[in-house]
Write a protein that binds this ligand. Structure first.
Ligand code: GTP
Length: 158
C-alpha cells in the first residue's frame, strides 16, 4: 500500500491491482485515451481532469465508469481495465474510488456535458502538473503518478 497526502493534505491510501478497501466503491475515476492522445474533461470549477464521479443507485462501479466517461467527454467505452483503488480520508468523511484505464472507441458530440465543458485531448500530461492551475486537484497527487505508470507499462508503449 502506498500512503501519501493529497493537494488538500488529506491522507490517501492507494493499492494497485486490488479492490483493497471495498468491493462496492462509491466513486470511480477513468484514465482514458483516444487515438493515441489522453482524453480528459474540463470540469467547470476544478479544471482539467480525467473523467469520473459517483456510483449511482442501481449501478455498479464499472457501469458508473462507462456512464461518467460518456457524460463528461462523449466518449464510448467498451472495455475497462482495472488499475487499483484508493481511499481518501477527507475532512467530511472518507471516499473510496476505483481507477480504470480505457481506450475510447469514438467520441460523440454532445449538447450537454453535465458539470464539465466536455472533452480535452492532450498529447502529454505536463510534468509540472502539480503547479499548473489549469488542472484539477485530483490530478495533483501520487494517485495519478502511480496509475499512469501502470497504464504506460501495461497498456501503451510510452
Ligand atoms: P458533491 O456531492 O458532488 O458536491 O461532492 P463533494 O464535493 O462532497 O465531493 P465527493 O463526495 O466527491 O468527495 C468528498 C471529498 O473527497 C472532496 O471534497 C475531496 O476532498 C475528496 N476527494 C474526492 N475525490 C477525490 C480524489 O479523486 N482524490 C482526492 N485526493 N480527493 C478526492
Amino acid at each position: 500500500m502506498k500512503v501519501f497526502k493529497d493537494y488538500y493534505h488529506n491522507t490517501v491510501k492507494l493499492v494497485l491491482g486490488k479492490e483493497a478497501f471495498s468491493k462496492q466503491p462509491k466513486h470511480v475515476w477513468v484514465i482514458t485515451r483516444y487515438q493515441g492522445q489522453w482524453l480528459l474533461t474540463k470540469h467547470a470549477d476544478r479544471g482539467t481532469e480525467f473523467p469520473g464521479g459517483k456510483v449511482e443507485h442501481g449501478e455498479d462501479a464499472q457501469e458508473a465508469a462507462i456512464r461518467e466517461v460518456k457524460e463528461e467527454t462523449g466518449g464510448h467505452v467498451s472495455r475497462l481495465n482495472f488499475i487499483g483503488q484508493y481511499y481518501v480520508d477527507g475532512k467530511a468523511g472518507h471516499i473510496i474510488k476505483n481507477i480504470y484505464f480505457a481506450n475510447v472507441d469514438e467520441i460523440e458530440d454532445q449538447e450537454h456535458y453535465f458539470e464539465t465543458e466536455g472533452p480535452v485531448l492532450l498529447n502529454d500530461i505536463p510534468r509540472n502538473i502539480k503547479k499548473d492551475d489549469r488542472f484539477s486537484f485530483m490530478m495533483k497527487d501520487e494517485v495519478l503518478v502511480h496509475a499512469l505508470k501502470v497504464v504506460r507499462e501495461k497498456y501503451i508503449n510510452k
